[in-house]
Design a protein around this ligand. Structure first.
Ligand code: GLU
Length: 477
């Protein structure tokens, strides 16, 4: 057991972005691998943008992905007294100052600082000015006074990092309505929660020197920091909506397994060092090493996610996969929830037949022909496999099948090959049109097993129907 404490600190303001999920995941992998503690802090101080729905989405997403945290979530908004106390301490020590400059004055100072290529410094109000303004009911903005020198830290992913304090502008730590700003709240909460290692995305790097300076000014230990890579879309730009799905919820709804998304996100900015790619969550916990966290930006490659998803589907037992496949069938009206138990043996066989050929859970919908008659026949496949002489051959085939007492895979295959031999044909001349008649499409699991699972009555009924409705003339061999 380690004494290290990490935290994941999402803001409940929108969907659960895959980039945030990846940050949560690295914190989780680190904590579980090294036996550290992982806390969840909900950064809910932005009252205009926070929603309960966004919080639920994050909590559901974490639970779905199996990212567990220790203890109860901490709500940042409840820590406001501690934030105020820290601001008071900084004012007392002179590390922060009150400011009443108006918007125009601030803008001019900022512009000038930009020209001079250094951080802006603002006019600190004198005690007398403060007294006057407070008497008029006007509260100040509180700025942190950037000390001279430089701020350095040994980033656990990027190595030695250094910022010249001179280029960092004095920043607001408390707004005039008394609310704390992000950097102040984070530094205070990290300290009060005993956080020793802040592992987060590269988009926070510029906040780190500010948080370090705040800790130092408050006389606190500075946590370690590590900043992982940015997530980029396929065009090399920051991953955003224009690249398609960006939230955990969307991938979940599209039929991805949580274990596959977990695996995929883990490899976007971390490498096991031995070239392995397919990992279960437990294997990732075991293999994870902080040294494997990468600094090179990662491209979110959807094709790889799809491939990994298929790989994960193939590692599952039929029993585990059945409820997931059934969700797809129930959602598309092919199956009723209550049939799940009574039809279980048949459904398990369908799952086993489809398992090698699906990439997403939603692909189980392709097995619709096990549940309903095809409502149309694929045009291209018809052209290819339904020739002028097909109906006559199939009519003979139907008679052979009708005569069978047993209808298991072996018997059906035997009857098919025998007839093909008698007619001097390749068996494929019977197999392809039969599949088309039964399924409406030209691809899917092995035909003879499929026929056994569909059953003799269904197969005969569908073949008769296809012979009655499908054209006989236009597709000439
Ligand atoms: N709440 C911040 C965010 O969602 C993270 C804060 C942090 O990790 O320091 O980006």
């Amino acid at each position: 057991m380690s004494t290290e404490v990490l935290r994941f600190a999402p803001s409940p303001t929108g969907g659960f972005h895959v980039g945030n999920a990846r940050t949560a995941l690295y914190n989780y992998l680190y904590a579980r691998h090294y036996g550290a503690t992982l806390k969840l802090r909900v950064e809910d101080t932005d009252r205009d943008r926070n929603t309960d729905a966004a919080l639920d989405t994050i909590l559901d997403g974490l639970a779905w992905m199996g990212i567990e945290y220790d203890g109860e979530p901490v709500f940042q908004s409840k820590n406001e007294p501690a934030h105020r106390e820290a601001v008071d301490q900084l004012l007392t020590s002179g590390a922060a100052y009150r400011c009443y400059a108006d918007a125009q004055e601030l803008e001019e100072i900022r512009k000038q600082a930009q020209k001079d290529k250094r951080g802006a410094r603002f006019p600190a109000a004198t005690p007398k000015e403060v007294e006057q303004h407070v008497a008029n009911g006007v509260n100040p903005v509180v700025y942190f006074r950037i000390p001279p020198g430089e701020t350095t830290w040994n980033d656990r992913i990027r190595g030695g990092s250094q910022w010249d304090n001179d280029v960092i502008g004095d920043f607001v730590i408390q707004r005039s309505d008394g609310t704390p700003t992000y950097n102040l709240a984070v530094a205070v909460d990290d300290h009060n929660m005993g956080v020793t290692f802040v592992l987060r995305g590269a988009d926070h790097i510029s906040n780190t020197p500010k948080q370090i300076m705040l800790c130092r000014a408050l006389g606190w230990d500075v946590p370690q920091y590590g900043h992982s890579t940015l997530l980029l879309g396929s065009d090399g730009g920051k991953l955003g909506k224009r690249h398609g799905a960006t939230t955990v919820t969307e991938y979940r709804e599209q039929g991805y397994l949580s274990s596959a998304l977990f695996n995929f996100l883990a490899l976007l900015g971390w490498a096991p060092g031995d070239g392995r790619e397919v990992f279960s969550p437990d294997e990732l916990v075991e293999s994870f090493k902080a040294e494997g966290l990468l600094k090179k930006d990662a491209i979110f490659d959807e094709a790889k996610l799809l491939w990994l998803n298929g790989e994960h589907i193939r590692t599952m037992t039929g029993e585990a996969l059945l409820p997931m496949a059934a969700t797809a069938w129930v959602a598309s009206g092919l199956l009723e929830e209550r049939e799940l138990e009574s039809r279980k043996p048949e459904l398990l066989r369908i799952v086993a037949m489809m398992q090698p050929r699906v990439e997403r859970l939603s692909d189980f919908e392709h097995a619709r022909y096990f549940f309903v008659e095809p409502d149309h026949f694929d045009e291209k496949a018809l052209k290819k496999h339904w020739k002028t002489d097909t109906p006559d051959r199939l009519a003979q085939y139907v008679e052979r099948l009708r005569a069978l007492d047993e209808f298991d895979e072996g018997v059906v295959e035997g009857a098919t090959r025998t007839l093909a031999g008698e007619l001097g044909l390749s068996a494929s001349k019977l197999i392809h049109p039969t599949r088309l008649a039964l399924c409406g499409v030209s691809f899917g699991p092995g035909l003879f097993e499929l026929m056994e699972v569909m059953g003799k009555d269904t197969c005969l009924r569908r073949l008769d129907r296809a012979l009655a409705v499908l054209p006989t003339e236009q597709h000439v061999s």
